[in-house]
Design a protein around this ligand. Sequence first.
Ligand SMILES: [Fe+2]
Ligand SMILES: [Fe+2]
Length: 330
Amino acid sequence: MSTISPQPASGLSTPSTLLVTDKPSVYYDGGCPLCRAEIATYQQAAGGDSLAWVDAQACGVAELGSGLDRSNALARLHVRRADGTLLQGAAAFAEIWSVLPGWRWLARVARLPVVLPLLDVAYTVFLRIRPLWRPSSSIVDKLPLQLQRELRTDHAGETGAVMIYRGILAVSRDPALREFAQHHLETEERHLSLVEERVPSRLRSWLIPLWRLSGWLTGALPACFGSRAVYATIQTVETFVNHHYAAQIKLIDDFSQQASNDVRADAAAVEIAHELQSLRDLLEQCRLDEVAHRDDAAGRWDGHSGMFISIWRLIVARGSEAAVGVCRYV
Ligand SMILES: [Fe+2]
Ligand SMILES: [Fe+2]
């Protein structure tokens, strides 16, 4: 394996260095005892030395190569073929099996129609229960469970927020409304990326496709009826989100207060206190943006809801509450 200077790749992020190898590379989570044991089986099998094995927990960033960050590499098994194609999940397993002579029969079975998607479902279920075996490596895992659940709702909420504005942009041709949606979309994408940095894949909601769809509809449906309906919707959503973030900030303050009362403050407690403060700063930054979104929307319409808009706002407000309630657990 050798290292060369980076070459820009269209549509891919460019790491500081790229690894070039004539072998397929396997990126696995060396912090997970089950993953380690399985990988060791493949490494020791005939042909195991024809793959490059990369422990995504211990390797340098450059070793992950283009288009793969550490969080994703730890979340799911990845394989990069020698031609640079990146595979993940069941397809990555099938690629490993296809290289090892003693396992090729399994690769052939896995690549039969329908089998690979089913294996992917089974692998996703395994990833959900993997934390039972995997020692925690993320500070988020050390936060109180209640706060972890709240972070799951934040990730789902920011995912939905991005989709709301995409829904508006997909439907509306009103220049002022599109400029409004585009501006808010950029903020929501930044929120989502900041939250994704904090919330590992294993802590995220299982129902992300549902939250994406409902977010899109929450933007697209009112956009069919004009800008007033959209502004009323955004004002309602952002009012809810402001209260949601404010309640979480209060929760963090309560946890921080309890921690500061703990006389046994060791290094781990100090680390958690730092994380709580950092999380608080992030949520407050998001909350202030949501308040600006709410006020921006409120300033763009007269605030007089007819029956249709009133009913719609009620659906949006109650729907947001219900979604958060479900998302805490699923
Ligand atoms: Fe947001
Ligand atoms: Fe927002």
